[in-house]
Design a binder for this molecule. Structure first.
Ligand code: TYM
Length: 340
């Protein structure tokens, strides 16, 4: 089956639990904006609040974080005249298609998901059923739009493979060519931004150490301090990328510099090869502050007008449902629901 009949359409989303990190920005959000601006795609971006409640969230906090994430999207360059911006729960077809996919996905597929194993930890029997079914809802988020391209960081690769498996199984089981086989877009130098404290761990909003990550809301002093304190090795930077092998912390900082500066690793090393971290870290801090401060400033400004954020999301939901309602109706018809 081919994808040729599908409109080029981008969908991606983030959980509104915790704040936006530099990992989210460089691995995903920056690319959302690029795909929006390059043209040739319809673009739909989402706050996945239904996914967030797979682990308990304080309701007031979830509401605040959802709006803050919306502000972060807009501040980073998502333009609601070009993209549809939505909150997942406001478009009920996501959850409705999610149920159908719960019936398509196999237990064995879900059991292989490394993120479930990581998040459920040792006490998997006590994890919510929603956490287990999480990737089926994620497939629904994407396929309820017939999205063809999904920009994400490296950690979502397995979930996107599952999305392809669900689409293929649905198409096969019902003898249709209805859902596209979506392309993951995992590109660039920052698809896996690592912790500033441990180069073998992903930078994550759930890491107990705040020093391990840069939050998009951190002020200039905090950003500079976190970079200054970032773990490194005692050697100077190499002048070629090969010299970063087996130096995960050094490689991470160089990758962050390259992603923030829209440069290649080679270009960064051409400039800083031979430099000590005492020179490189302040340069990285300056670059990070110059790129992130305008975004966090704009986020704070937008957060002063919550009714405006809510209006933008209400409009996004309305636009989204023009796409999702007919796709859900057709799905229900295909599977044999009466009155769809
Ligand atoms: P979430 O909220 O964990 O992360 C949002 C996006 O940020 C990327 N990311 C990173 N990229 C590089 N380095 C890092 N350290 C880093 N940390 C996070 C993630 O890869 C992701 O692209 N399951 C998804 C949300 C989701 C979704 C979807 C995504 C739900 N439905 C449909 C795409 C399409 C998640 O938990 O992302």
């Amino acid at each position: 089956m081919t994808n040729t009949t599908f409109t080029p359409r981008v969908f991606s989303g983030m959980q509104p639990s915790g704040g936006l990190t530099l990992g989210n920005y460089l691995g995903a959000l920056k690319r959302y904006v690029e795909m929006q601006d390059q043209g040739g795609f319809e673009t739909i971006y989402c706050m996945v609040d239904l996914h967030a409640i797979t682990t308990w969230q304080d309701p007031a906090d979830l509401r605040a974080k959802t709006r803050e994430l919306a502000a972060g999207y807009i501040a980073a360059g998502i333009d609601c005249e070009k993209s549809i911006l939505i909150n997942q729960s406001a478009v009920p077809e996501h959850a409705q298609l999610g149920w159908v996919f719960n019936c398509v996905a196999r237990m064995g597929w879900m059991q292989r998901m490394t993120q479930f194993k990581d998040k459920a930890g040792k006490n998997a029997q006590n994890a919510s059923l929603g956490l287990f079914a999480y990737p089926a809802l994620m497939a629904a988020d994407i396929l309820i739009y017939h999205a063809t391209h999904v920009p994400v960081g490296e950690d979502q690769k397995q979930h996107l493979e599952l999305t392809r498996d669900i689409a293929a199984k649905f198409n096969h089981d019902y003898g249709v060519d209805f859902f596209p086989i979506t392309e993951p877009v995992i590109e660039g130098v920052a698809t896996r931004v690592m912790s500033l404290r441990d180069g073998s761990k992903k930078m994550s909003k759930s890491d107990p150490s705040d020093a391990s990550r840069i939050n998009m809301t951190d002020d200039a002093d905090t950003i500079a301090k976190k970079i200054r304190k970032a773990k490194t090795d005692p050697d100077a930077l190499p002048s070629e990328a090969k010299g970063l092998e087996n130096r995960p912390e050094a490689r991470n900082l160089v990758n962050i510099y390259a992603a923030l500066g829209d440069m290649t690793v080679e270009q960064v090393l051409a400039e800083y090869g031979g430099a000590q971290f005492g020179t490189f870290k302040p340069a990285l801090a300056d670059l990070a502050v110059s790129k992130l401060a305008p975004i966090s400033g704009e986020m704070a400004r937008l957060m002063d007008d919550i009714p405006e954020i809510d209006r933008i999301l209400a409009r996004g939901a309305e636009q989204a449902r023009k796409i999702t309602a007919p796709i859900l109706k057709k799905t229900y018809e295909i599977v044999g629901m009466v009155g769809a």
